[in-house]
Design a protein around this ligand. Structure first.
Ligand code: ADP
Ligand code: MG
Length: 301
């Protein structure tokens, strides 16, 4: 197969490993920088050019679109979809997953366990919002943050009010969420591929920190999931429409709660923590599933 990997940097661990695995399994792999792609959307025959070269003959693609280029990146992906190229994750699903509020709404509609979460626009609702999530301590999150940036723990009502007011002042979109204290600064990353969790790790926050992101100094260990956790992760990915997803779960007193669903889950942390060849499994999945014009939402949304 001829496989495209949409990534801004071929030296990133996840990109490098994906290319390696594709080549090892006898495929041709090309790393395409979405920002260097331009599209012909005027004719009935959609085309894409990359650094001046017309892209042709691709069978499948693995989007690894950074959060900062979601809009343009998903437009390029949509163009590939119109050309019939099979993406492991579709543009519509990626767009959904990038908006925390929209994701939580989709998940709640299908009954997936979630932390109690509030969202409001008007200033006068600050107190109501705080009450809605059960008071402090609570977590405040910017809707489009990643890697723990824009996630704040407010331990007192005063702190919560000042942060909420400050975010409002900046016109930022945010959600207010119940703080799951019993998770103890840990969360679980489930790597979902198709209808299976193929690897999982527990991430634990560094001393004095509640965010377990590896980018924030968190550490990772292998973890054994319960049946319920597995089922929750697989359901969350399915609801979002993602074939490949990193589903983050908090272990709470009332069972697994989904915190977020990531459409470009990194390979480095999870391959190192579990010793599994995830990149190889991703390519294998594509071999089994790639067919021309197979996307459900081709060119839509
Ligand atoms: P990001 O997209 O920036 O990674 P997350 O929602 O994943 O944002 O939050 C970052 C980290 O903060 C999580 O990995 C988790 O350790 C911690 N955290 C987030 N929300 C909660 C919560 N409601 N209760 C307890 N810890 C949380
Ligand atoms: Mg996270």
């Amino acid at each position: 197969m001829k496989i495209a990997i949409l990534s801004r940097n071929k030296d990133l661990y996840s990109t490098r490993r994906t290319v390696e695995a594709a080549e090892q399994r006898g495929h041709e792999a090309y790393v395409l920088d979405v920002l260097k792609c331009y599209m012909d959307i005027t004719s009935h025959r959609p085309a894409i050019y990359h650094k001046g070269e017309k892209l042709e003959g691709f069978d499948s693609l693995i989007p690894r679109i950074g959060a900062s280029v979601t809009r343009y990146g998903t437009a390029v992906l949509r163009q590939f979809e119109m050309m019939g190229v099979y993406p492991i994750n579709e543009s519509v699903a990626i767009t959904r997953s990038r908006d925390k509020l929209r994701s939580l709404q989709l998940l709640s509609r299908k009954g997936v366990g979630l932390p109690v979460t509030g969202f409001a626009h008007s200033i006068s609702d600050t107190n109501e919002l705080i009450k809605l999530v059960g008071g402090t301590p609570l977590v405040i999150k910017l809707i489009e943050g990643t890697q723990g940036r824009g996630v704040v723990l407010a331990e007192t009502k005063k702190a919560a009010e000042s942060v909420i007011d400050a975010f409002r002042e900046l016109d930022a979109n945010f959600i207010v969420q119940e703080f799951i204290k019993e998770a103890g600064g840990s969360d679980i990353r489930c790597f979902v591929l198709g209808d299976k969790v193929i690897a999982a790790m527990q991430r634990t926050a560094a001393e004095g920190e509640f965010r377990s992101n590896l980018h924030r100094g968190g550490s990772a260990q292998i973890v054994k999931l319960t049946k319920e956790e597995r089922a929750t992760a697989v359901q969350a990915a399915r609801v979002m429409g993602l074939n490949m997803a990193g589903v983050d779960i908090l272990r709470s007193n009332r069972g697994p709660l989904v915190m977020e669903v990531n459409s470009s889950p990194g390979l480095e942390g999870i391959e190192k923590a579990t010793g599994k060849d995830i990149a190889n499994m991703v390519i294998e999945f594509i071999e089994k599933n790639a067919k021309p014009y197979k996307t459900k939402t081709r060119g839509k949304g």
